[in-house]
Design a protein around this ligand. Structure first.
Ligand SMILES: Cc1cc2nc3c(=O)[nH]c(=O)nc-3n(C[C@H](O)[C@H](O)[C@H](O)COP(=O)(O)OP(=O)(O)OC[C@H]3O[C@@H](n4cnc5c(N)ncnc54)[C@H](O)[C@@H]3O)c2cc1C
Length: 294
């Protein structure tokens, strides 16, 4: 297994920020993945898996551990009967393509989610009234201790959440789909994509939703819009003028700019609405939001 050292991670994230990883490996099979995880454990290295980096904010100082980028067989997808079987690193776009070609529906909502099958399990990704939990049959979770299949209940999937910890890698996911004509799938996807384009900054570098929707009549986006944050800029990062729960890399943004914007957004949401926003984006490396002054 080849280990690359001091690997720049910014190009592995959709926002395009973040420093280097101490080491990076690209396992292609389950045995290679296990070998890599044991290698890290023997050296006391923290492990983090990166999918397509579409909900990830990496510290500008980087990550002092081993980053795994699933490749080869672990990044492919195929159809077996009515099951969509995807490697943890398989892009959702590839998995959706396979499902459509086979005339299997149920995965269309994922056209809005630019991540991987494994990243989707970790985040319980979802859109348009569906999510991973609704269609996932089981996932193969690999750690330095071994490998095992888990159901959605065993994975602890709930709104944008799972019980998976760093060092537990989704190597494969099986989704139960239902027969649907390819032409119908195509038109559903086209309609969802048009809906997305009208509401979100799809042509800008972002990391998707910044905050989870709070238990409040307003969504996180509407709340931050009401706080007057649309278009608010700090350094190279900007709260999207189109949707306030997105941060855009406007011009050479750094992760610290995004953190400064998130800090300001949380402060205003708390002071103006008494709402404590919880971030959806995952942090990697030395990054944190300061506590609210309550
Ligand atoms: C324009 C845009 C729109 C988006 N819209 C949506 C949306 O509608 N709904 C939604 O839910 N999300 C949305 N997102 C966020 C993002 O696409 C999802 O959270 C996605 O599931 C993340 O997958 P990823 O592979 O990119 O994971 P990454 O961002 O690379 O990683 C996210 C987390 O998952 C972990 N992870 C990644 N792969 C694995 C694996 N194989 N095993 C274990 N852990 C893993 C990482 O360690 C990290 O903790 C959007 C993002 C963008 C940029």
């Amino acid at each position: 297994m080849r280990i690359e050292e001091n690997f720049e991670l910014a190009r592995f994230t959709t926002i395009g920020t973040g420093g280097p990883a101490r080491a990076l490996a690209r396992p292609e099979t389950v045995p290679e993945l296990q070998e890599t995880l044991r290698f890290a454990r023997e050296r006391d290295l923290a492990v983090a898996t990166i999918g397509l980096g579409s909900n990830l904010l990496i510290a500008d100082t980087g990550f002092g551990g081993l980053v795994l980028k699933l490749a080869g067989a672990l990044a492919q997808a195929e159809i077996r009967g009515e099951l969509l079987v995807a490697g943890g690193g398989a892009p959702n776009a590839v998995a959706l393509h396979r499902a459509r070609a086979a005339g299997l529906g149920g995965f269309e909502f994922a056209c809005a989610i630019p991540g991987t099958a494994g990243g989707g399990v970790r985040m319980n990704a979802g859109a348009y009234g569906s999510d991973w939990a609704a269609i996932l049959e089981r996932a193969l979770v690999v750690s330095a201790d071994g490998a095992g299949w888990r159901t959605p209940a065993e994975l602890g999937l709930s709104y944008r959440r799972s019980g998976l910890r760093q060092g537990q890698v989704v190597a494969e996911a099986e989704f139960r789909l239902t027969p649907r004509p390819s032409a119908e799938i195509k038109s559903i996807v086209a309609a969802l994509q048009a809906q997305r384009k009208a509401a979100q900054p799809t042509n800008k570098r972002t990391y998707g939703s910044v905050f989870k929707n709070p238990e409040h009549e307003l969504t996180a986006g509407r709340l931050l819009e009401a706080c007057g944050l649309k278009g608010h800029r700090l350094g190279g990062a900007q709260i999207s003028p189109r949707h306030a729960n997105f941060i855009e890399n406007a011009d050479g943004a750094r992760s610290e700019d995004a953190i400064a914007l998130m800090t300001e957004a949380r402060r205003r949401a708390w002071e103006q609405y008494g709402v404590e926003l919880e971030h959806e984006v995952v942090f990697l490396g030395e990054l944190e939001l300061p506590p609210l002054a309550k």
